[in-house]
Design a protein around this ligand. Structure first.
Ligand code: URA
Ligand code: SF4
Length: 253
């Protein structure tokens, strides 16, 4: 990071700190920072995560702020904006996709394109909504050129952000959408076919890998098994949470 970026980050964290404490704007000494030896824009996946600020981040807003400043992998070069994720702060379900596409890059919001609209309908069919009981995030937070899959080193570079988000969100269940998300969360190279359709765990949290909604748009035959996955999710949530209703007001997708 450059000295200028560090200054912006320190100011952002200080202001957040003041706001969260009592709103009083504390006096602070002028910041003294110098540029990192290796330029951050080289996209070094070994880059120290914004100088350890991430490890200290204890709100979603702070993590989102750090994501927006991140240059730890080369994906930052093509983004118009990062897409940290959105939803409620104590979700029943965290949905993890692959990474932002063109629509998400433009709006700064996850899953807002065609696949996102299908995802919303699928979730709604079992009583899940991003503004009520879900959070939607991705393995990588920046768009990849020509929508190619994120490279393993990009997923690895971005991993600490997702890990921090999960630690803060403490979702009851994680639904991973597509191969990239399942492999990243489970740290495996196993095929999606061998992983989907049954619950496993991510750090003690039940994790259900399923198809990516884009795969359902390309291949109708995957819709039935994806629906079976949603039913499994519904059963799990009914077991875990008494307040979970499980049905959408408006029927199936
Ligand atoms: N596909 C994803 O994996 N994530 C998004 O946010 C949008 C499309
Ligand atoms: Fe940083 Fe993740 Fe964006 Fe790469 S994809 S620049 S690691 S926020």
């Amino acid at each position: 990071m450059t000295a200028e970026e560090k200054k912006k980050l320190a100011l952002f964290l200080d202001i957040t700190d003041d706001r969260l404490r009592d709103g009083y704007k504390r006096f602070r000494e002028a910041y003294q920072f110098s540029d990192d030896a290796a330029p951050a824009s080289s996209g070094d996946p070994e880059a120290p995560y914004l100088n350890g600020f991430l490890a200290e981040a204890d709100t979603l807003e702070t993590v989102a702020g750090l994501i927006r400043l991140c240059t730890a992998c080369s994906l930052h070069r093509d983004r118009s904006q990062a897409v940290p994720g959105e939803g409620v702060s104590q979700p029943l379900v965290l949905v993890v996709g692959e990474g932002p596409g063109a629509d998400e890059d433009l709006t700064g919001r996850p899953f807002v394109g065609k696949a996102g609209q299908l995802l919303d309908r699928m979730l709604a069919s079992i009583g899940l909504f991003r503004d009520k009981n879900c959070f939607i995030a991705n393995v990588v937070k920046c768009r990849s050129p020509n929508n190619r899959e994120p490279l393993p080193e990009e997923a690895a570079a971005c991993g600490p952000f997702l890990a921090r988000q999960i630690a803060i969100l403490k979702p009851r269940v994680i639904l991973s959408a597509g191969r990239i998300a399942a492999q990243a969360l489970l740290e495996t190279a196993a095929s999606l076919g061998s992983l989907r359709g049954r619950f496993t765990e991510y750090k003690g949290i039940p994790l259900l890998p399923t198809y990516h909604p884009s795969a359902l748009l390309r291949d109708e035959s995957k819709k039935r098994p994806a629906w079976e996955d949603l039913k499994l999710l519904r059963v799990k949530l009914s077991e875990l949470d008494q307040t979970y209703a499980g049905e959408a007001a408006g029927g199936t997708p």
